[in-house]
Design a protein around this ligand. Sequence first.
Ligand SMILES: Cc1ncc(COP(=O)(O)O)c(C=O)c1O
Length: 358
Amino acid sequence: MLSARTAVLHMHEYHPPLAGRTGLRLDFNENTEGCSPLVLARVRNITAEELARYPEREPVEALVAAHLAIPAEQVLLTNGVDEAIHLLCEAHLEPSDEAMVVTPTFSMYEIFAEATGAKVVRVQCGADLQFPFEQVLRSITPATRVIAVASPNNPTGGVASREQLLAIAQGAPDAAVLVDEAYYEFHGTTVLSDVVRHPNLFVARTFSKAYGLAGLRIGILAGPHEQMRMVRRVSSPYSVNAVALAALPVALEDVEFVTGYVAQVKAGRERLERELTQAGLQWWPSQANFVLLRIGERHHGFVAAMRQRGILVRDRSADPGCDGCVRITLGTTAHTDRLLGVLREVLSELKLGAEVKA
Ligand SMILES: Cc1ncc(COP(=O)(O)O)c(C=O)c1O
């Protein structure tokens, strides 16, 4: 009888709650406004000819590389950061190897690493959910081949410093060190220029968050030239579709759209953090477009009450170290106004802040 590989048989299924998402989407860290109107206009103008041809990635890769000020050989456009993670695992992991992740974090690192049969080594953050730099360094072994660090991290919003990330890359010369900068625009700090000097450092970026293009599935993997040649070997030349390739140059050009949106998110983040402090709830400082907070035992009730009032937020209490936690995405100023109004109502109805404080 047909059987999947042993590693696949042992994997957990991952089903993000994508069904029935009607309401204000503060559950997946997407752009709450949509994308740039200029991008939408370009997508509406796609021709039949453009759709009939196989997509040509290289010219857009050259444009993205120029935008990032790195050589084109170091840039691969991918079907979202998800594909970048998949390719790095495919290119580097044997079943006898180890892949390191810092938990709690984005699920896809573990999924793609597990699928290769490699052992996943989880380094858990402490109660402060700060990046556990020393433990990461101590957990590197001769078998470590991939280390994935999201900075800012999801769902905590915390970051690893440039010095820490470079020290990890130096401390694990036989590992592909992936710095996932999916939330870069909300933080503004990057190690992208360091990929030139570090033979094992990779950086991933996405257009799913600040740019509002999650549905198009487009991201970037940047890394050392020699290593990127290996990664290209395991990638499909057609994984980024023609619509995404047509939209990307326009998205990069509309700087105003992204900077305006990011400014609104950052202001909203501060407002939400102030509100949570006033309510006496525990929350973690975030450099991303979301905040993680601890609701406590009634996290299900909280998420349901928010949904009833038309706002979707994400229950993260199953994440390691996140008991009773919920993650709330920030969006436009108008969306933050609405969020804070509903949040006050729900906290008061469920008597939540007081319960946590007591
Ligand atoms: C840290 C992190 N990396 C990557 C992704 C996914 O990016 P993409 O949509 O480009 O696959 C997410 C989405 O939530 C994320 O939180």
